[in-house]
Design a protein around this ligand. Sequence first.
Ligand code: HEM
Length: 450
Amino acid sequence: MLAPIAPGHLPVLGNLYSMRTAPLATLTRALRENGDISRVEFPGGQRGHFLFHPDHVKTILVDHAKQVSKDTPGFAALRLLLGNGLVTSDGPVWLRQRRIAQPAFHRAKIFALGGRMVELTRRTADEWSVAAKAGTTIDVAESMMRLTLRVVADTMLGKDVERDAAGVGRAITYLLHNLNERIVRPWAPPVTWPTPNNRRFLEARDSVVRVVDEAIASRRAKPDAPGGEFLRMLIEARDEETGEAMNDQQLRDEVVTIFGAGHETTANLLAWTWSWLSRMPHVRRKMLAELDEVLGDRDATAEDYPKLPYTRAVLSESLRITPVVWLLSRRLLQDITVGEYTLPAGTLAFLSPYATHRHPGFWDNPEGFDPERFMEGATSNRPTLAYFPFGAGPRKCIGDTFALVEATLVLATLARRFELELPPGMVPVPEPVITMRPRGGLPMRVRERS
Ligand code: HEM
């Protein structure tokens, strides 16, 4: 028995056209019209399914984690940027690297970085202060990108990127758009062909890799310099059986991966959160009351993290309604039964936080922004994977605690001092290019709180 075909299916192009032109609308329409499972088809004989039910998300990401792979068009495109690092690798290579990286992400280690995260946030506060006095508008999406880049480079790699931040931010924005185009235009020339588009892509990629190479070289030159625990661990790691260090290419791929995955996502979470706070004054007031009560007139520290439940709930709700990673893909290595259907080996499975976080079976008023859903005591019989902004199972985000601690400290530090306002009537539009960011940035007026 075949699952119903997803809406927007065309001859030859199948579902590619609607996924290319209106991916979020295609997903939510499929959920509304077909329910939990829809079949999709793409040119070249690629077939797959959208799976929206939390139990089906669990079937793929948790129960059958070893029977699915990242051999998908989306990850193939990402590999052009990230190489074979933690996000994109599979099998024994992935397992070895995950074991090496895991200790750097221990909760206590992340908490120990809190002070540094706040110090780096104060630099952004200084910039905002100047903008507030001048009465100018700032692009909050760009500002958050620079801040989170500074944080990941400093804490994980031990590198000051102030000089490179703007250039790297622009390069990554361009690279994500370019990669997205490669996914939705499978007929585009391969990256090895010397077309102008490919040349631009490789130049942008080189500008990011250069910064990473510098970080590796300076860490090798001064292994005992403070900071950059993660990079030090990668350099010092030895294979248990052979005693060999990671080769240069693998090391570079891991570092580019953390550099990319570790800042762009958190920046977008923060950008979306500022936009929600501007649109929901009652939420902002309640969050400020919590910050004022817990912090008084001092900056936050990592120890405050557990004491700020409402601020954390605002971030959780932001990740529900505007999840930065909006679509995950896997290829089935064997037939897998999902509900009443058998999904054949070789086909693709698409899991969408954006759609499942709006599933009417599990969320009341899904389009409403309401942090109370995440407060302790809020009654819910939702299955765990009705909410999976960081993925699930063995491939779950390694940086989830890092991201949440960082975002909480950044929000607490800046919201205490500044009020941000969207231009009247502006509703940011999501642009889903691998990650979901506000289209055209986020121009906001900044005012110092009296
Ligand atoms: C709000 C911020 C973030 C979001 C929403 C996010 C989301 C995700 C998701 C959904 C996955 C799973 C992908 C899949 O299953 O295909 C993932 C994996 C990953 N993330 Fe994050 N992430 C965030 C922040 C970070 C940070 C701060 C770091 C590092 C400092 C990081 C590093 C990684 C890595 C290395 C993986 C691959 C893990 C593996 O497969 O072993 N992420 N992330």
